[in-house]
Design a protein. Structure first.
Length: 95
């Protein structure tokens, strides 16, 4: 027989790991939703890229409470908006 007693295991470390996994999964899911939404709007719906950028940004802000994302998410959205603006301006300049 072992000395193990059912229900006496310390799970604090496992709990932190699981919460971190859920947080990263929520962030990545929201990230992919926002990143894929803009090209879908531009190429699929034929929306102009500035309107698609604004719409994607608003959707990103709107899903923030649903995924329980904080200030880092807002910073990521601003970074994505700046990157998309630069790419859109370069694309417009090349055409």
């Amino acid at each position: 027989m072992s000395e193990y007693v059912h229900g006496n295991m310390n799970i604090a470390t496992n709990d932190k790991a699981f919460k971190g996994f859920v947080r990263i999964s929520a962030f990545c899911t929201a990230f992919f939703i926002v990143v894929l939404l803009m090209p879908i709007l531009v190429f699929g719906v034929h929306l102009d890229w500035p309107a698609a950028l604004v719409f994607s940004f608003v959707v990103g802000i709107a899903i923030s409470p649903a995924f329980k994302l904080g200030g880092g998410w807002i910073g990521t959205l601003f970074g994505l908006a700046i990157l998309a603006s630069i790419i859109g301006l370069l694309s417009s300049a090349l055409n």
